[in-house]
Every structure is written in structure tokens, then in C-alpha cells.
Design a protein around this ligand. Structure first.
Ligand code: ATP
Ligand code: MG
Length: 606
């Protein structure tokens, strides 16, 4: 779709709304006085404007440990260097199993365990550049193996444990993985597709039973048992690949994004500034390392800062999540809109059954965060939820609501120091403040993708106009420099000559008390080009009726410009989502129009 632009009314209204909403919804620091009193926030990044003006990535390198001649290994920075900085005996990982058993690992224990595994992999013949994939639930070995692979200079490939055979095959085949680390429960999925994996040489099974294994298969335990706890981290070049991770598949077939050791510079600084990690924090990132958030901000970023990380094997459940926060006294919590909407759906009572008094800071990423959710968070947690924006491709947070700036609910925040983001038209020219356009970033941030695995053409598409990285998202920027997400470029709806982003309509819908979740699409219409159709999931205690739908429609009409309300609303039991929890609007659209569904290997329940 082309972005030329006479401003649509909806967009014009939105800018005006943002300004007028400020008094009512914008959360100034003043409103946080109580929280600030409880947690005297002294953010790591104290003055946004000054730092933005003076910062450069070259200076930030002093925060990392480099080898001679600028060689850099991300795993050395995440783990090994803490052997000499007083953190040797500090807890690196709190691992909570499905049945709530807690195991603690110090940095020294992670150091030794990852050294053993690095030695074992080397013994098997794994060399720099080889792809070693980890297909495990969120257990300690997942963290240990990822670090071990990086220490060797091999390329780590985290895989989400809920992947079905297609998703698994696609990734292992495309990447040419030579080793897969898994467990007995997941191994059958791998066995079922092994005949297609011509590059696969070895399978390593955590908690494996030697007797049930075939040739080229080992238990993790037998390999590490005889391996040394000493390993000299490979002196990788900063530009050597570190991990290969596939995107979520929200808009199409997942892309294999290649990141390098130099990313750790971005991981480190953003974990410090955006996650605001401090020495005493207990930090829980709910994302699985099978997604970029779980790898970057579940492992490398926080560990590079020497932070104690929580990993929870269990699935989402409001009570269990809150219990975990209380049990481990979690202070910083990084999660996703889908989880927050589910927590909101679970109700306020569940929140109040727990103390949650340790929590000082909450963040969200992965999808647009509806303002209603931020306001609800303020009410029940007493904390604003800090949204931030990035992608598998960007490898680190680029736009964020950082703690020293006021949160504007519904906005992704401002570009981080060292990052220049802009909104442009299709020719790459920056548009006016308040204008809708393509969200782009000036190339050169440290964790920028280095290539798309075996797909140079796709990689080049991101840089189709020199001087910009095209994110594929649409956004607008307000007069204070905050960025507002509108939708994926392909999801923007063109109705009667106006462009409407699904996010603003969805946010208006979830403001209605009956609506838990909403997914909005454009449906072809003779008269208007497209009309807006909404699919909604109702909150517990509400049943669908014509009257309720009318009420919801009236409610959204009041919130939005006249043309932006959904003419059609359909109630569904659930919305199609990626396994990482993102609403797949392209599927809603395909189903609605009876079109081919395209790649569905990322779909949650296939
Ligand atoms: P695919 O690229 O395969 O279609 P994906 O884009 O969902 O999948 P990810 O890299 O996991 O894969 O997600 C990045 C995308 O998630 C962003 O481009 C954006 O659309 C969305 N996103 C992430 N954070 C935010 C946020 N804070 N607000 C709005 N959208 C966000
Ligand atoms: Mg994407």
C-alpha cells in the first residue's frame, strides 16, 4: 500500500486526542510520587535529553570486556567476566520447574556448567559458525547451553518448545543445524522429522536415558560429566555470528535473522537503561528464549549487567505468576501485551490476593500495548507499564518509555540514545509531526541484523532506501518526540479514503468493559474500498447479544473518528495468535474472505 498523504481524519483526531488526553491519561511523574517514595527511583539513565545529545556507541564500549585487538565474545561478557567482578557467588538464575521446584545457580555455577558443555560440544566436533539448536522448555540447561554455544563461537538457535513438526522442520532445515539439544518429552517431535534433516549429526538429550538412545545420540549428562570445567572462551570477532533466530511469523513466513557478538553492546546498554537493572534486582522476563525477547533480555542483556534472572518453566496462569513474583520477590518484570490482557481478564481480585510489594518496575513488548491496559496496571499494580518497541531484526530495544520520562499510555516511547528513528513516506522523506508513515531507523545501531539466513534478497528489502532501515511498521511521532504505533504496514485499513490503523480501533474496543481482546481488519467493500471489521473476545461474565454489540459499537464510535468505528463486530472464543502471543490479523482476514491462509507454522494451536 502506498503512503502518500492527505492526512486522514482519524489520524488528525488522534493527534489532537493525544494532546487533550494528556491531562487525563498521561501519567506524569507527579502521579507516581507514592511509588517513587516506596522505591526511590534513581534511574540508570537519568537525563534523556542530555544523554541523547552526547552519547555515542564507541564510548559505551568501556562497559564491556574486550579481548586483545577488539575481539569480543558475548558469552564472556554475560558470564565469565563475573568471575572477577565480585559476582561469582551471586545468583545468576532462579529456575522454577513446572511443579514449582526452585533451583538456584550462581554465576560461578553457570560459568562452570557452560564451560563443560562448550568442551563437550567441541569434543563432538562443533566449530565456529556451526549451528547448534536448543529445543528445550525454560529450564536451566537452555540457558547453560546457549551460553556454551556462544563461548565456542558456534551459532545458537533457540527453538520454542511448543513448536509443532512443521515449525521445527522449517527452522532446522533452513539453518542446516548440525546438533540439536532437547529432552525426552520433546525428542519424539524431532525424531518424527529427522529424515528431512540431512545436516543433523548429533542429538543431545537433557535428562536422557542412555538405553533409549540410538547412534549419534547422547545424554547431556554423560557428555558434561567427563568434560572439564575450564574452557577458554573463543576470541570471536565482534562481527562473528552469535545467534540465528526466526521471527514470529505474524505477517508471513518466519525469517531467519542472524545476529553477531557485537550485539552484546546493545543488549548491555538497553538492559541498563530500559530494563533499568540494578545490582539488587530480581528480574523476570516471561518471554521464552525461542523468541528474541527471551534470548536478548532473558539471557544476554541482564547477565551482561550481572543481574539475577528468573526462568519459569510453567505456562501462563494468573495466580501462579503472581505467586512467583511474591516468592522470589521479583522487582523488575518484563512481559507482553497478550499476557497483560490475560491478567486483566483474570480480574482485579486475583491481583489483590497477592502482595506484589517487591515489584518496582514493569515493562511490555511484542505488540502494541492498549492504553486501557496501562491504566489498569496503574490501578492494580500502582505502576505504569513501560512499553518499548523493537523487532527480531533490530536485536535490541530501539524505542522505549524509559523510567526518567513520563509514560504516555498507548505510545511506544522515544528513541534511545544512539538511535535515530523517524517516520517517512515511501520515498524515505521524513513526514511532518503527527503524520502517519513508515517507521524507519538510521542504520548503525550495534545489534542490527547482519543478514537473513540464506536470503540476501529479503535482507536487502529492509534497506531498500539508502540511509534507512525499514521496519515494516507504521507509526507517527508527536510533538514531544514520542512514537505511536499504528499497525503493520500491511494491516493499515483504507476506508472511504481514510487510513485507519487496527491498533487504535482495537484499543477503543478493549476499553469497553465487555471486551477482553480485539483484532481488527479491513474488509473489501464496494462503496468504501474497505470497511472495518472487528473480531472480539468477551470478558468472563458477558454473553453476546445484539444489544451488547450495539453498545460496543456505540462506545467505539464515541472514542474514534466517525469513519473509524467497526461496522461489523463478530464475537469469537479466541483470536488466532502466533506462538509468541501476537494476534494474526492476516489469518482473520484470510478466513473472513475465504483466501489462502499462507504460512501457519507459527500459529498457536495448529
Ligand atoms: P514476522 O516478522 O515474522 O511477521 P513479527 O514481526 O511479529 O513476525 P517479531 O520480530 O517477534 O516478529 O516482532 C516484531 C514486531 O512486533 C514489530 O515489527 C511490531 O509490529 C511488533 N511490536 C513489537 N513491540 C511493539 C510495541 N511495543 N508496540 C507495537 N508493536 C510492537
Ligand atoms: Mg516482523
Amino acid at each position: 500500500m502506498k503512503l502518500v498523504d492527505s492526512p486522514g481524519k482519524s489520524k488528525g483526531k488522534k493527534v489532537a486526542d493525544a494532546a487533550s488526553q494528556d491531562d487525563e491519561h498521561h501519567i506524569p511523574l507527579g502521579a507516581r510520587q507514592e511509588i517513587i517514595k516506596k522505591f526511590p527511583i534513581d534511574p540508570n539513565l537519568k537525563n534523556y535529553e542530555d544523554t541523547y545529545a552526547s552519547f555515542n556507541w564507541e564510548d559505551a564500549k568501556k562497559e564491556l570486556t574486550y579481548f586483545a585487538e577488539g575481539k569480543l565474545n558475548a558469552a564472556y561478557n554475560a558470564v565469565d567476566r563475573h568471575m572477577n567482578d565480585g559476582r561469582r557467588n551471586k545468583v545468576a538464575l532462579y529456575a522454577i520447574s513446572n511443579d514449582n521446584k526452585l533451583e538456584k545457580f550462581t554465576f560461578q555455577e553457570i560459568y562452570e556448567a557452560s564451560n563443560r558443555m562448550a568442551n563437550a560440544l567441541r569434543e563432538l566436533g562443533v566449530r565456529k559458525g556451526d549451528r547448534v539448536f536448543v529445543f528445550l522448555p525454560r529450564v536451566a540447561e537452555l540457558y547453560i547451553c546457549t551460553v556454551a554455544i556462544a563461548k565456542l563461537g558456534a551459532i545458537a538457535g533457540p527453538l520454542f518448545s511448543a513448536f509443532g513438526p512443521d515449525a521445527l522442520r522449517d527452522r532446522l532445515k533452513d539453518s542446516g543445524a548440525t546438533v540439536v539439544i532437547t529432552n525426552p518429552a520433546l525428542k519424539p517431535k524431532l525424531d518424527g522429522i529427522k529424515h528431512d534433516l540431512t545436516d543433523l549429526q548429533y542429538t543431545i538429550v537433557v535428562n536422557g536415558d542412555k538405553k533409549s538412545l540410538k547412534a549419534q545420540e547422547y545424554t547431556y549428562e554423560e557428555l558434561v560429566e567427563k568434560a572439564s570445567t575450564k574452557f577458554e572462551c573463543v576470541r570471536t570477532d565482534a562481527e562473528d555470528p552469535l545467534y540465528l533466530l526466526y521471527t514470529s511469523g505474524t505477517t508471513g513466513k518466519p525469517k531467519g535473522v542472524v545476529h553477531v557478538h557485537n550485539d552484546i553492546l546493545g543488549h548491555h546498554m538497553t538492559s541498563k537503561w530500559v530494563l533499568d537493572l540494578k545490582e539488587d534486582d530480581v528480574y523476570w522476563c516471561t518471554a521464552d528464549p525461542g523468541w528474541v525477547t527471551g534470548t536478548v533480555y532473558g539471557i544476554f542483556g541482564p547477565w551482561s549487567n550481572g543481574t539475577s534472572v528468573v526462568c519459569y518453566e510453567g505456562r501462563f496462569d494468573a495466580d501462579s505468576w503472581y505467586e512467583l513474583v511474591d516468592r522470589l520477590k521479583v522487582t523488575v518484570w518484563y512481559t507482553a501485551p497478550t499476557a497483560l490482557r490475560m491478567l486483566m481478564k483474570a480480574g482485579d481480585d486475583v491481583v489483590y490476593r497477592h502482595s506484589l510489594e517487591s515489584l518496582r518496575y514493569i515493562l511490555s513488548v511484542g505488540e502494541p500495548l492498549n492504553p486501557e491496559v496501562v491504566r489498569w496496571g496503574m490501578k492494580v499494580y500502582g505502576l505504569p507499564i513501560h512499553d518499548n518497541w523493537w523487532q527480531t531484526e533490530t536485536g535490541m530495544q530501539l524505542i522505549a518509555n524509559i523510567p526518567c520520562l513520563p509514560v504516555k499510555p498507548g505510545s511506544m516511547g522515544r528513541p534511545l540514545p544512539g538511535v535515530y528513528a523517524a517516520v517517512v513516506n515511501d520515498d524515505g522523506d521524513e513526514v511532518e509531526t503527527g503524520e502517519l508513515g513508515r517507521l524507519v531507523v538510521r542504520p548503525g545501531w550495534p545489534a542490527q541484523l547482519r543478514t537473513v539466513w540464506r536470503n540476501k534478497e529479503k535482507y536487502d528489502e529492509y534497506f531498500k532506501i539508502p540511509g534507512w532501515y525499514f521496519s515494516g511498521d507504521n507509526a507517527w511521532k508527536d510533538e514531544d518526540g514520542y512514537f505511536w504505533f499504528v499497525g503493520r504496514a500491511d494491516d493499515v485499513i483504507n476506508t472511504a479514503g481514510h487510513r485507519v490503523g487496527p491498533f487504535e480501533v482495537e484499543s477503543a474496543l478493549v476499553e469497553h468493559e465487555a471486551v477482553a481482546e480485539a483484532g481488527v481488519i479491513g474488509k473489501p467493500d464496494k462503496e468504501r474500498g474497505e470497511i472495518i471489521k472487528a473480531f472480539i473476545v468477551l470478558n468472563n461474565g458477558f454473553t453476546s447479544s445484539d444489544q451488547l454489540l450495539d453498545d460496543i459499537r456505540e462506545h467505539t464510535k464515541r472514542q474514534l473518528a466517525a469513519h473509524a468505528y467497526p461496522r461489523e463486530i463478530e464475537v469469537k472464543e479466541s483470536l488466532p495468535k502466533t506462538r509468541s502471543g501476537k494476534i494474526m490479523r492476516r489469518l482473520l482476514k484470510a478466513w473472513e474472505l475465504g483466501l489462502p491462509t499462507g504460512d501457519t507454522s507459527s500459529l498457536e494451536d495448529d
